[in-house]
Design a protein around this ligand. Structure first.
Ligand code: NAP
Length: 289
């Protein structure tokens, strides 16, 4: 396929590398142009504006948040796009913005698919992301070869793009809750003189196996929060979005509020650029350590 790709951060860069490896042609744009150079060496064509990337069979975006999407995917950009082009937004954004984008695209004859992903940049680099796609089935069919290059499975959850974002936010809420509890448990066991690693070996071998407990648990045990693969400030964004989505359907999520406040504390302490696992440091600090 001939695609454009907008946003070459930790996730976007890893995804583009796999798309190139699968033999597709990719035009890439990033606000900071130096991040595109590495991909140029792998065969990507670097373009100077988002509008130049917004062409071909489809365009993918992996920008940070709602603000970035609103700045880059503007009305004039959509006006200039070819009718029938498919835009697949893979970033974690609000349910409200996904709904807005779907209708703004439709009114200009551009197809919109929400396809947020689960998996950190190392999972993206391995081409093993879990993709949750919402949008018209025929659009998803057309971009499936790209999903196959970056993911291990695409879950199609229906024709309403914003429902994919709801699912992603619910998953990230659970991720936040798991990392929060790992941090609090680490503060408990180390306060009693146990080693976090020993505790981790026990819980991950039976009760809590899987990448969340072993991956984030390891970072908390080693107190290794840099370089960040998933920044705490992006995690805070997701908890805020989950709470906003819950509020819109009058759904209390008390645990989400706790995790949101812990992340606010991390950011207030100057740790927003550190990894999400820095929740472990928040819990340790509260325990006077
Ligand atoms: P990242 O490394 O911080 O990259 C963010 C990207 O957005 C960069 O390309 C950045 O450009 C661009 N950007 C930010 N603000 C912008 C603006 N105002 N205008 C234009 N471009 C802007 O983030 P990431 O980890 O790749 O995450 C990207 C998305 O994937 C987020 O929605 C995140 O929640 C989601 N996600 C992340 C993970 C993970 O583990 N990291 C997993 C699943 C989903 P510059 O290079 O110029 O700053």
């Amino acid at each position: 396929m001939d695609i454009g790709f907008i946003g070459l951060g930790e996730m976007g860069a890893a995804m583009v590398a796999n798309i190139l490896k699968a033999g597709h042609q990719v035009r890439v744009w990033n606000r900071s142009p130096e991040r595109a150079q590495v991909l140029a060496e792998l065969g990507a064509r670097v373009v100077a504006t988002p509008a130049e990337a917004f062409a071909g069979d489809a365009v993918f975006s992996m920008l940070a948040d709602d603000t970035a999407l609103r700045e880059v995917i503007t009305a004039p950009l959509l006006e200039h796009a070819a009718r029938g082009l498919i835009h697949v937004n893979m970033a974690t954004i609000s349910v409200v913005l996904a709904e807005e984008l779907a209708s703004a695209h439709a009114s200009r004859g551009v197809h919109y698919v929400s396809a947020p992903v689960m998996g950190r940049p190392d999972v993206a680099a391995a081409g093993k992301l879990t993709i949750v796609a919402g949008g018209p089935a025929e659009s998803i069919d057309r971009v499936q070869p790209i999903f196959d290059a970056i993911g291990q499975k695409t879950w199609r959850i229906g024709s309403l793009p914003q429902q994919a974002n709801v699912m992603k936010l619910a998953a990230n809420f659970m991720l936040g809750a798991a990392v929060e509890t790992l941090g609090e448990a680490a503060a408990l066991v180390t306060g009693h003189g146990l080693a976090m690693q020993d505790f981790l070996d026990v819980i991950t071998s039976g009760l809590f196996p899987g990448p969340v407990y072993s991956g984030y648990g390891k970072m908390i045990a080693e107190q290794q929060f840099e370089p960040a693969k998933f920044k705490a400030r992006l995690g805070l964004k997701d908890l805020r979005l989950a709470l906003a989505a819950a509020d819109s359907v009058t759904t209390p999520m008390p645990i989400a509020s706790v995790v949101r406040d812990s992340l606010i504390e991390a950011v207030a302490q100057g740790d927003g650029e550190k990894d999400f696992a820095v929740l472990g440091q928040v819990a340790a600090r509260r325990a006077g350590r």
